[in-house]
Design a binder for this molecule. Sequence first.
Ligand code: M6R
Length: 608
Amino acid sequence: MCGIVGYIGKEQAAPILLDGLDKLEYRGYDSAGIAVFDGETIQLAKARGRLKVLREMTHGGEMLPGTCGIGHTRWATHGIPSDTNAHPHFNGTESIAVVHNGIIENYLKIKKQLQEKGYEFVSETDTEVVAHLLDYYYKGNPLEAITRMMHRVEGSYALGIMFKEHPGKLYAVRKDSPLIVGRAQGGSLIASDVPAVLKYTRNVYFIQNEEIVCLEEDRLNFFNVDSDPIEKEPVTIQWDVSAAEKAGYEHFMLKEIYEQPKAVLDTLNPRIRDGKIEIEELGMTDEEIRSIRKIFIVACGSAYHTGVTAKYVFEGLARIPVEVDLASEFRYRNPILDEETMLIVVSQSGETADTLAALREAKMRGVRTLGIVNVVGSSIAREADNVMYTWAGPEIAVATTKAYSTQLIAEYLLAMKFAQVRGTVSQEEIDEMICDLKELPVHISMLLDHKEKLQRFANRYVAAKDIFFIGRGIDYAISLEGSLKLKEISYIHSEAYAAGELKHGTISLIEEGTLVAAVLTQEDLYKKMLSNVVEVKTRGAFLLAVTNAGNTEVEKAADYVIYIPKTNKYFTNSLAVIPLQLFGYYVALGKGCDVDKPRNLAKSVTVE
Ligand code: M6R
């Protein structure tokens, strides 16, 4: 979703803004713009398309001199992607410039009222309302205008604002959209996410809901919505710039696929001590763990898919009923929640609007909440009762890979902890599982070694129209992820099906040469899966099978088989996902798609 940046300091602002926007490209966008203030005039440049267009248009920023500025990458919500709808937006006299991430839900009502007062609008965006509303409230005091605007608008926003009458000051404010502020040598910065400022500083402030910051070259002043000054402590970012760069890989996605052994280890290691599972962040006594009668796992996209896997693991090991919900559905279905219920929300970004809303709904209804989150200090991390971090490091590619893998690890560990405390598995079984978990990084590395074979296979499918993924139980969960990975980056239509369900309709789509990827890692379901494989084969499907080492019988029906090393039946997704990620990546690469920034998608979906 939209990215915002801002700078005020000794340096020329435009190159810093363009550089920051570059680091936020991963969020997804369709137009970009910057506004730079030289103390007299605020100059604007914006263009539909990639950042490259804006760079060329401004000669790398040289055409907009000035040491204070704001920048934006827009992911269109209100109004088509166009030069006019791109941010920044001005008020009528071009004395106030605004960039915005989020949605102003009551913008039509405010727009109508402002139009009745004579305000003229040039764009179709909700953001322009903010620029005019600030103009309406501005009587010489920016802080007063901002707080009055905040009382009027509904929805979500992170805003960067410049007032022509106040050179040397840059304002920013947030509600339900991410915003960080950094203090660097000779300047201050704002951004939607850490990578945009990391080149200049490691000390950042996470702006909370309805907090305002006034940035100057050498200081930051924070205020609440009543304009009272507040104190904030900076957080030191531990990871460095290289973690958010490609390090010689052609794409972030490939780099992140390769980072999985380490990410898995980093997420696992701190939670296994002396052969025991220790999850201090869970913040629950054994008694409290025993009191839980039902778990809801709520998330979106791939994070939801890890929840589908986790349901099998939790129910199998800890014998607790688990419901898995898409966050966008959960809050509108009036779920039955009580004090014996626990809600786990899973999110890489920690900012996904639907997941955050589901978390808030559950909290409001008195349910204990746990966030499994990757981005430290994100909204979900801050608002959940407890947070269990996945230590995947920054994930830049829109298609998640290493965050997905670490979410699985966090969920396995939780299920094992619950099982241990509730006495539903023996210590011996837990010990064996811990050994299996520890071996996962080595197995993942081994699977990554076969990437050329997969690339050759994938190249045959760049022209495919439809690809199906089938599996049963946990293998159905991995089919969902394999299918999403492929379609989101290659734009090939793909569906995941519970293998037994295929013959109830979808099998009619299988014709000569249709690729079907079958996942067969669950030994107790292997025979049933073989029957399903034969069913599609008989109808002309070309069969790719992913199965456990030793399951050679599948070769009779499958055209191409990938073997994964043997592991505990609950952990097979962690291995089966590797060839499926590589398959999706290489098909997209073969098609010449923009792998890291697929069309229409955003890394962090901050609108509902
Ligand atoms: O940041 P989150 O984990 O909450 O994001 C959830 C989904 O938007 C995300 O997993 C999405 O489906 C990815 N594009 C999948 O690769």
